[in-house]
Design a protein around this ligand. Structure first.
Ligand code: SAM
Length: 443
């Protein structure tokens, strides 16, 4: 076997392991991919996210072409078939015979020759109908849509009710596409103009955004990894909508800034850049593992004004700062293209818990803002309870805060609520879904 094929074969096998673990434990753990080279690791992430983006539809196809129902299948067979069918239906670059052979070999290796034969039979059945695949035809509309677009039924119901069916379809379609990527030039290590020249010199295609300075939409982040530009701190991979919250806080050189819920730190680094690393950023997070990543990034990016503190924000007492960013933990329904796993890990109960946790975090964050100071609240959620409803409830509890306009900080097309907040949507704005507001402490 040549090296490329060998890498692909092991990437398939590792992907299946990761998907089995996800089915069993609801945890997406890529550590088994560490044994592969960088290309193999990238392939594993692609495979896993692609399968998770299409999971319900793939399971529907398995049931259509197999005599053994998916409910009765072992997790390993289920995931080998999902991967094989994904390749055959969605990947033009993999010939069907190769997808079938690889899947059969993997099934034999993991489950024995009889399961290899079963895999072969199911995939060959599908291959015969590949140009005329069956479509889900359930009477239950929610189930039909959930299967077609591979989203959980609770989200289908919620979004259809809120946006109407046509727009909900567009949103789900956007979630099932390959994500859009942006890189941001880090001016603490290079200058945006030099970074542009560097990309041009290395024949990297990019589109400079006119939404925020220093952001470039790119096809893939692979060249930035392979050329070592992330390790050298020349640029960060950061969705442009994730950049809005730090721009809204607008930290100035010399100010005292708290980044609560800061890890892994992409927004802290951006703020350090905006402050020219002058003044102070205290980056707080409850997770030491994620804070370690933040501390190491701060070194890489020359963000010398960042200090880190491990703490639960709801129990933290600090002096009042000029500006506080609360980038709260949330359901993440705005990032389901990049984090396809989240759609299977979230439910209505999780949404309720997130809302309660965000309210507690907001109340604590409010205590750390000095009079006249700013508080930015942001999420990567599309859900109103986590976003503007959350802020309205906060304002009911805190009369000494008022909403400020976001005009002048973010592009007009993403402004909501008369300019008192921003919200991006994957199907409308060609980026992840993020929400944010700017609050001022008045007394
Ligand atoms: C949305 S992520 C933050 C992303 C980060 N701002 C960035 O841009 O890289 C939310 C973070 O909140 C942290 N977190 C959750 N509950 C917390 C708490 N009670 N106190 C402090 N951090 C908490 C999580 O560990 C997680 O790192």
């Amino acid at each position: 076997m040549d090296i490329a094929l060998e890498t692909e074969a092991s990437a398939r096998s590792v992907s299946v392991e990761i998907l089995i673990n996800f089915d069993k434990n609801n945890v997406l753990d890529y550590s088994t991919a560490d044994q592969l080279d960088s290309r193999g690791r990238a392939e594993v992430r692609e495979y896993v996210q692609n399968i998770l983006r299409r999971r319900t539809y793939l399971d529907f196809l398995i049931d259509e072409f197999s005599n053994v129902k998916i409910k009765e299948m072992k997790p390993s067979l289920k995931n080998i078939l999902r991967l094989g069918i994904y390749d055959m239906v969605f990947m033009d670059s993999t010939p069907d015979y190769a997808a079938i052979n690889e899947s059969v070999e993997l099934a034999k290796l993991k489950l024995g020759s009889r399961t290899g034969d079963l895999t072969n039979a199911i995939l060959r059945n599908l291959q015969r109908d590949i140009d005329n695949l069956p479509k889900p035809s359930y009477e239950d509309r929610t189930k039909l849509v959930a299967t077609t677009f591979s989203h959980p039924e609770w989200l289908v119901e919620r979004w259809t009710k809120r946006f109407g069916e046509r727009e909900a379809f567009k949103l789900m379609q956007a979630n099932n596409k390959r994500p859009v990527y942006y890189v941001r030039a880090n001016n603490l290590r290079t200058k945006t103009e030099n970074f542009k020249l560097r990309m041009t010199k290395h024949d990297i295609d990019f589109t400079e955004s006119d939404w925020l300075p220093g952001y470039f939409q790119v096809d893939s982040v692979a060249p930035f990894i392979s050329k070592g530009w992330l390790d050298k701190g020349f640029c960060q991979v950061q969705d442009i909508a994730a950049g809005f919250a730090p721009f809204l806080l607008d930290p100035q050189p010399g100010e005292e800034i708290y980044d609560l819920c800061a890890a892994p730190g992409t927004k802290s680094i951006l703020m350090a850049d905006r402050m020219n690393a002058e003044g102070s950023i205290l980056a707080v997070d409850i997770s030491s593992e994620r804070l370690d990543k933040l501390a190491s990034s701060a070194l890489t990016y020359h963000a010398e004004n960042i200090r880190v503190r491990r703490a639960d924000v709801t129990e933290l007492e600090l002096d009042e700062a000029d500006g506080v960013l609360l980038d709260a933990p949330c359901t993440g329904t705005g990032v389901l293209s990049k984090r396809a796993d989240l759609r299977w890990r979230r439910d209505e109960e999780g949404l309720k818990n997130a809302v309660e946790q965000q309210a507690r975090l907001l109340d604590s964050a409010a205590k750390m803002v000095k009079k006249g100071g700013r508080l930015v609240y942001s999420t990567c959620s599309l859900e109103e309870e986590e976003n503007m409803d959350q802020i309205m409830n906060f304002l009911d509890r805190h009369e000494n805060f008022e909403l400020q306009t976001v005009e002048g900080y973010v592009p007009e097309e993403v402004m909501v609520d008369g300019g008192f907040g921003y919200q991006t949507f994957p199907h409308k704005h060609n980026c992840d879904g993020h929400f944010g507001v700017l609050l001022k402490r008045t007394s």
